[in-house]
Design a binder for this molecule. Structure first.
Ligand SMILES: Cc1cc2nc3c(=O)[nH]c(=O)nc-3n(C[C@H](O)[C@H](O)[C@H](O)COP(=O)(O)O)c2cc1C
Length: 227
């Protein structure tokens, strides 16, 4: 499978969330060799969308001639798009949101009703693409935290999409937390293998991965310097 990882953390490989993403990819590779390419979004030249809609009328060419042309081609050439990012203000970091805005050339202006809402009709063939969101965050709670980012992802990618969320993710970059992060990354690896084999991840496994690694009060006390 051709896998394109869009790393939305400005910390590049040092990203807490990328620990989770790498474990997931390791699991996928256990199922079979994958062709993986990672884009550190912060390093790419991606102008802001001007909102001119030219791309939606002219068959998909943006007025900006920047790195997004190459990234869009890579997206269309992939089987799986992994959006790996830390939660920022309950959403995705600005550079990655900018990239998401700039995927507009994949859609045409024509809108159609899908269930009880409207969506743009595509002007590129994305029928083989699957979408995975891997999101870490700094708080111990998932509720009242991940919902806006998850909702945005699910509205943007209506089918063939899976969401993995992991709270307390700064612990992945703390070697002293290995006793708890190690087993969690093993679960993520299992999820990656499952996903590569079946295209799905067991709901119970996703819930386990999305639960706090240590009790939230203890985590908060550590962050606050009280332990
Ligand atoms: C600007 C900013 C906004 C943040 N907003 C949230 C938030 O809304 N909820 C949360 O739980 N953590 C939030 N965090 C914490 C990060 O999600 C957390 O530190 C994460 O582990 C960073 O992951 P990374 O190393 O992959 O970039 C925020 C961090 C920054 C810098």
């Amino acid at each position: 499978m051709k896998v394109l990882v869009l790393n939305g953390s400005p910390k590049r490989e040092k990203s807490d969330t990328m620990h989770v993403t790498r474990a997931f990819l390791e699991g996928m590779n256990e199922a079979g060799p994958q062709e993986i390419h990672t884009v550190h979004v912060i390093d790419r030249h991606i102008e802001y969308c001007t909102g001119c809609f030219a791309c939606m009328h002219n068959g998909g060419t943006c007025v900006h001639d920047d790195d997004m042309r190459e990234i869009l081609n890579e997206i269309l050439d992939s089987d799986l798009l992994i959006w790996s990012f830390p939660l920022y203000a309950y959403g995705m970091p600005a550079p990655l949101k900018n990239l998401l805005d700039r995927t507009l050339p994949l859609s045409s202006m024509t809108m159609r009703k899908v269930g009880d809402r409207y969506a743009h009709v595509g002007q590129a063939d994305v029928s083989k693409l699957r979408y995975l969101m891997i999101c870490g965050c700094g708080f111990p709670n998932s509720k009242h935290n991940f919902e806006p980012a998850v909702a945005q992802f699910q509205l943007c990618f209506r089918s063939r999409r899976t969401v993995v969320t992991v709270p307390e993710s700064p612990m992945f970059s703390a070697p002293e937390a290995a006793a708890v992060t190690g087993p969690r990354l093993e679960l993520v690896k299992r999820a990656g293998k499952q996903y590569a084999e079946s295209g799905e991840i067991d709901e119970a496994l996703l819930a386990e991965i999305g639960s706090p690694m240590i009790p939230e009060e203890i985590y908060a006390a550590i962050v606050n310097g009280g332990v």
